[in-house]
Design a protein around this ligand. Structure first.
Ligand code: SF4
Length: 178
């Protein structure tokens, strides 16, 4: 196991005193830099920054960052959830490290598609079937991994089949963990 022990810190971000959301970080006793290219290869939607020795990832509204000696997450509803989230990320790192012989490491930096690029491929009717007030809002939530392409029902119609394929292509690096 790569990470066997860590110090957990759960706090309210200093820029948001009194906020009802929490951030958490685990300070590690081992350097996890070597696992980052493996995470980059398997973690859809992550952005690897080789020069900074960091990998960032947006997952379900949380901003997550992996550094050499630290794993951090933000925007968690309570302390218990923050602790659970960090422990899940540590398990993810350990699991990925154990599987490294099966993974082709990836040191490239992928760019996330922009809100505008995604919006232009949506039906742009603002029909609200996805639960969002506009297609623009839906596109924003796609960029933040808070929505998935399949949550826009009109995209399943034959006339949007090309748009759907293009969106899947653009979002291919996103949804979840392989
Ligand atoms: S369901 Fe699709 S077309 Fe309708 S508002 Fe949402 S994103 Fe736009």
């Amino acid at each position: 196991m790569l990470i066997e022990e860590f110090e957990l810190e759960v706090f309210t971000p200093p820029c948001e005193p009194g906020a009802e959301r929490y951030a958490a970080r685990a300070r590690l006793s081992v350097d996890i830099s070597d696992v980052l290219p493996y995470l980059n290869a398997t973690l859809h939607g992550g952005t690897y920054h080789p020069a900074a020795g960091a990998l960032t990832w947006k997952k379900g509204g949380h901003n997550i960052a992996f550094h050499a000696y630290e794993i951090a997450t933000s925007n968690v509803e309570d302390r218990q959830a923050a602790e659970k989230e960090i422990k899940g990320l540590i398990e993810l790192v350990n699991r990925t490290w154990e599987r490294r012989a099966e993974i082709q490491p990836d040191t490239s930096t992928r760019q996330r598609p922009t809100q505008m690029a995604l919006y232009q491929l949506l039906p742009r009717t603002n029909c609200r079937e996805c639960g969002e007030p506009t297609c623009w809002t839906f596109a924003l939530k796609l960029t933040a991994s808070q929505k998935q392409v399949g949550e826009c029902p009109p995209l399943l119609r034959p006339e949007f089949s090309t748009n759907l394929a293009s969106l899947h292509n653009l979002m291919g690096d996103f949804p979840t963990i392989k």
